[in-house]
Design a protein around this ligand. Structure first.
Ligand SMILES: C[S@@+](CC[C@H](N)C(=O)[O-])C[C@H]1O[C@@H](n2cnc3c(N)ncnc32)[C@H](O)[C@@H]1O
Length: 375
């Protein structure tokens, strides 16, 4: 059975939930065989198309397949490189192993008359620039097994959509495109179905959805500026990629009034990072934060009442609910029970927790990702 290592980003639990969702969408039969730090080990019943899977994922940095173990590390790598790079200069990198092994491998290969270059890898960009995925030359040793990298995250493409796009509203803040992708995957909606971001801001989720292959896009926001930014960013992406089969509609609307403009029972998935309150400086008192959480709870509950109407039966909502940090205390928004009463079930995103947190040390706010399914 082929064995893989998924090298995950900074939020391994979210990345793991995303991988499970993508495997289910791609009908991959798999078993998670282990976890170690940011490494997720998976065995599958047949080889997977790592490039295609990577093309969908937001939370995985690298996908690597285990090489058959025959003799010892050095001889196995020498045999592997001779077979995979049978002509021209051999180029390889080796992480997780004793550097002496890399030099031994280089020496043995040179003695067979081959031209060899050992590449020191600093980050995924250097794997891409040295064409090591195509050459099957990026090797790593993990838990005594040799892995060959089959796909790496297209980090430069993601950054281009992050920083290169024309319209970005610094007031509403921006969701990292990788997290947008993870959220879209968790929704598990077919590419032809209608998807909506009801708080679209500058359109990060919608642009990412188009980049992933979604063709029927709806977006809305209360702010005129946000709708203009979203329009500019979507147009920029469609022109960059020369896409002309994407249908998208944007509405200037309060999320709680969307049933006036969007047909009932029509949307398959809603993926949103809503308004999360006024930017925090860290010196706000508890009373201020509690007042803000009450207002946000009301905003989310009112929005969910309407979103329930426009969502199809069994449709889902992937929604960020912020948790605030004051000093060492976490303040959550109390809205889950009310959302359930409206007619939603919470679909837990992991065995350990119903939601998964995305946040960095030192931030005043963490983003909790939840999945709700219409009953
Ligand atoms: C955190 S931002 C979303 C950012 C977006 N994910 C992005 O990456 O660009 C929240 C957005 O919610 C909008 N908003 C606030 N209250 C709203 C409401 N009641 N209905 C719809 N949109 C609202 C704001 O105008 C803002 O653009």
């Amino acid at each position: 059975m082929p064995q893989y290592n998924f090298f995950l980003g900074n939020h391994p639990a979210l990345s793991t939930a995303e991988i499970k969702a993508v495997f289910s969408a791609e009908d991959v039969n798999y078993e998670i065989t282990g976890k170690k730090g940011k490494n997720l080990f998976v065995s599958t019943d047949k080889k997977i198309n790592s490039l295609k899977i990577m093309d969908k994922l937001g939370g995985t940095i690298k996908i690597a397949r285990a090489v058959d173990k025959k003799k010892d590390t050095v001889s196995d790598i020498v045999d592997f490189l001779q077979n995979t790079q049978s002509e021209g200069k051999i180029q390889f990198s080796l992480s997780g192993a004793d550097q002496k092994d890399a030099l031994k491998i280089k020496k043995i290969l040179k003695e067979t008359g081959r031209n060899v270059r050992y590449v020191e890898i600093k980050n995924t960009a250097s794997i891409i620039h040295n064409n090591l995925v195509e050459k099957q030359g990026d090797l790593s040793m993990i838990d005594g097994l040799i892995f060959v990298t089959e796909a790496v995250q297209p980090i430069e493409e993601l950054s281009r959509r992050d920083f290169g796009r024309p319209g970005s509203d610094s007031l509403s803040g921006m969701l990292p495109p990788k997290l947008a992708r993870i959220m879209i995957n968790l929704a598990d909606a077919p590419f032809a179905s209608k998807i909506l971001d009801a708080f679209c801001g500058s359109g990060t989720i919608l642009t990412e959805a188009i980049a992933m292959g979604y063709k029927n896009i709806f977006g809305s926001d209360l702010s005129e500026r946000a709708i203009e930014d979203t329009e500019t960013n979507i147009q920029w992406y469609l022109q960059e990629k020369n896409l002309n089969d994407i249908k998208y509609k944007l509405f200037l609307s309060d999320a709680a009034n969307l049933d006036n403009v969007i047909e009932k029972n029509s949307i398959q998935a809603i993926i949103s990072e809503p308004y999360m309150g006024k930017p925090l400086h860290g010196n706000e008192g508890k009373i201020y934060i509690l007042k803000q959480t009450e207002e946000l709870a009301q905003l989310y509950i009112n929005s969910f009442k309407t979103l329930h109407k426009i969502l199809r039966q069994d449709g889902s909502i992937i929604f960020i609910i912020p948790t605030f940090k004051i000093k060492n205390e976490l303040v959550k928004i109390d809205c889950i029970d009310e959302i359930k009463k409206i007619g939603f079930n919470v679909e837990p995103l992991s065995e350990e927790s119903p939601f998964l947190r995305y946040g960095r040390e030192g931030q005043h706010l963490a983003r909790d990702v939840w999945k709700f399914v219409k009953k």
